[in-house]
Write a protein that binds this ligand. Structure first.
Ligand code: SF4
Ligand code: MSK
Length: 664
């Protein structure tokens, strides 16, 4: 920070560890996003915020005022057309980001199947299930042979031109019929992104319903295509997450070890670093410079990936990426793609820390580049670690808020939820559905995605707290998960401390937190599968739109969050966001907030404060409970022995009793 005043006057800084750090002299020199936000001193452009600034051709930019004849575009484009085009382009950009991430994971998966990486096919059960979905013969075949065919078939879906994506058939049948009826089944993943960009070019699609049809198709190519492929193939390669204890926040950095933080999204590199961190040569080099070893710690969604699968600690979420470096205790921050702020290279300018870019797509001034090659993954990872080790002795003044690290239990894949609630011997979503029907659990609320600097990170906490107080089971992904981990909601004890009676009784019996960490932002596809399983289990309607389930990305920052919101809505799940760039176009805004419900059974919602967002989510759940006829006032539920036995069949979280994971 430039000054102490800057820290005090910026009222969106709330994290204890962040405040602690920013009050240290060494951090006061560092300029952060909080400073830049304050320095900008101007409010956002109304046209940009309302979605009615068009700059897609050189006759503009045109700023449109809805209903004012003299303020339509030079080409005649209305506010509704411009806002819909802009919105669809956000969806396409978000889908493109997930798509390119997924493509890299599929390529890495193929290389692994060929034995060209240090990784292996770990989850054979999931491999066989995916192979079955793709009609791939498994009988008598080696796992790598099956994986290779699966990888090649998956890769072909990116460039496919006709037909439909294979994983659409995992959705509830009624949902599939809606997509068929509306003509929004994606044909190929890349094709839908390209077509969205074409249709929103100057002078092409100029009818907002039709534009949004393509936005829907594009988003499905993300949720049920790219993201789902990425999650499933990553699980097969690195293992499907199961509950594991870990620690989060700035205090996970170590005084006596070489701190290497991994930031970005694609776990191929991070997994290779995990392997190389235990290499004898690397450990010997670390000891030689006086360090006890390598302390890998995650940032943002790469952090989520290795936290979920390995219990590697997370040092910080999106809004903490500069803070992690401001500690002065990090020898190298290794980055790949997405959500890496250009400022990180400036934060370390007078420090010993290297910012190492590793993906040819994503370079930045003042960083060093070591290209990560999946075919030489182990050596690349070792080269990066050697660079970090070389910096250890140069570490100058540093401050680690050591008492600021929190225990979390993470790793709730949809398979785990199935296993945990359903029991070891009869894995199913039946107990979850039954608990929703009998009212112990009011419904399911998903908190998704990012954080940003305009709002305090209390927003996630306040929403989650209110939801669990009201017996809503919360599933959380992305940086929101880390924010809730910092506030203690990812511990089983949080159920006793915060949850309403019904949810508390279920969590206490099973030993799970009331807020379940489901994964990174690409893993929101796990939520689609969890919702589908709930439908298939029965008793809660015939499609996702009938479930008492709702999503929100309250602090959305990235275009990916809008793509996620759009695929949830198109899949029948209501979502609540803040600040959608649609308010400048009345009819289009009305369509997003209400009209989409007539088409897909769900719509977008908008609310401002944490309280209002939580209320809107609870109201959406209650609306579904009313429609299902299960919203009768419940008496206070006391668990009888049979209920406990049913839940206890699955019992105790595997791994929940173990110590800190990772290399702590
Ligand atoms: Fe203006 Fe139309 Fe060009 Fe957009 S497409 S910048 S509204 S002239
Ligand atoms: S990293 S997309 S800030 S969740 Fe996935 Fe976090 Fe959002 Fe980036």
């Amino acid at each position: 920070m430039t000054s102490q005043k800057g820290c005090e006057s910026c009222n969106t800084i709330t994290g204890e560890s962040t405040i602690d750090l920013l009050n240290q002299d060494l951090a006061k020199q560092v300029r952060t996003a909080y400073d830049r936000l304050e320095d900008r001193g101007m409010s956002a452009c109304l046209f940009g915020s309302g979605g009615t600034c068009c700059r897609i051709c050189n006759m503009g930019p045109c700023q449109i005022i809805d209903g004012v004849e003299s303020m339509i575009g030079v080409c005649g484009a209305t506010a509704d057309t411009v806002a819909a085009r802009n919105f669809a382009r956000i969806v396409a950009a978000g889908t493109a980001a997930h798509t390119d991430h997924a493509r890299e994971m599929v390529r890495g998966f193929i290389a692994t199947a060929k034995g060209e990486t240090p990784h292996e096919i770990k989850d054979v059960d999931k491999l066989n299930k995916m192979a079955e979905l793709f009609d791939i013969e498994i009988e008598g075949r080696d796992k790598n042979e099956i994986a290779l065919e699966l990888g090649e078939r998956a890769l072909a879906e990116f460039g496919q031109q006709e037909g439909t994506l294979t994983m659409l058939k995992r959705a509830p049948e009624k949902q599939q019929e809606i997509w068929k009826r509306e003509g929004v089944e994606p044909r190929g993943i890349d094709r839908e992104v390209v077509e969205t960009m074409h249709r929103t070019h100057m002078g092409v699609d100029q009818e907002y319903h039709n534009i949004m049809k393509q936005a829907a198709r594009c988003s499905l190519a993300d949720g049920w295509g790219a993201s789902m492929l990425s999650t499933e193939l990553t699980d097969i390669m690195f293992g499907t997450p199961v509950p594991i204890r870990a620690i989060v926040d700035l205090g996970v950095l170590r005084e006596d070890m070489v701190n290497v933080t991994v930031h970005g999204h694609e776990p191929l590199l991070a997994e290779s670093l995990c392997l190389a961190a235990d290499d004898e040569e690397i450990l010997a080099l670390a000891k030689k410079v006086g360090a006890k070893g390598i302390n890998l710690a995650g940032v943002c969604c790469t952090g989520n990936e290795i936290l979920m699968r390995r219990g590697i600690p997370v040092a910080g979420s999106f809004i903490q990426q500069e803070m992690v470096l401001a500690t002065g205790a990090v020898e190298a921050m290794v980055v790949d793609v997405q959500c890496v702020m250009q400022s990180v290279a400036q934060v370390v300018k007078n420090k010993h820390t290297d910012i190492i870019t590793t993906n040819y797509r994503a370079k930045m001034p003042d960083a060093i580049h070591i290209q990560f090659e999946e075919h030489d993954a182990y050596n690349c990872a070792k080269e990066i670690l050697k660079k970090a080790i070389g910096n250890f002795k140069k570490r100058g003044e540093y401050y680690i808020p050591e008492n600021k690290k929190l225990d979390v239990v993470v790793g709730f894949s949809h398979e785990t939820i199935n296993y945990m609630l359903g029991g070891r011997f009869r894995q199913s979503y039946r107990p979850l559905n039954d608990n929703i029907i009998n009212g112990r659990i009011r419904g399911v609320g998903a908190l998704v995605g990012c954080e940003h600097y305009k709002y305090s990170d209390d927003v996630h906490f306040e929403i989650a707290k209110k939801l669990i107080e009201n017996n809503v089971l919360v599933l959380v992904t992305g940086c929101a998960a880390q924010a809730l981990g910092r506030r203690g909601l990812l511990r089983p004890e949080a159920a006793t401390e915060y949850a309403g009676e019904g949810l508390k009784s279920v969590c206490e019996t099973v030993g799970m937190p009331p807020v379940l960490h489901v994964g990174s932002c690409v893993d929101n596809s796990r939520l689609l599968i969890a919702l589908t399983e709930m439908v298939k289990e029965g008793g809660l309607g015939d499609d996702i739109s009938e479930l008492p389930a709702v999503g929100s990305a309250p602090l959305w920052m990235s275009e990916k969050a809008v793509a996620i919101g759009q695929y949830f809505v198109t899949s029948g799940a209501h979502v609540v966001f803040q600040n959608l760039p649609t308010t400048g176009a009345k009819a289009f805004n009305e369509f997003i907030l209400k009209g989409m419900k007539d088409v897909y059974g769900a719509s977008w919602g908008v609310a401002e404060t944490a309280e209002e967002i939580a209320d809107a989510m609870i109201a959406a759940i209650d609306e579904k409970r009313d429609a299902l006829g299960i919203n009768k006032k419940q008496e206070r539920v006391l668990m009888d022995m049979q209920m406990r036995r049913d839940l206890e069949a699955g019992q105790a979280l595997p791994g929940a009793g173990c110590g800190h994971g990772g290399n702590q």
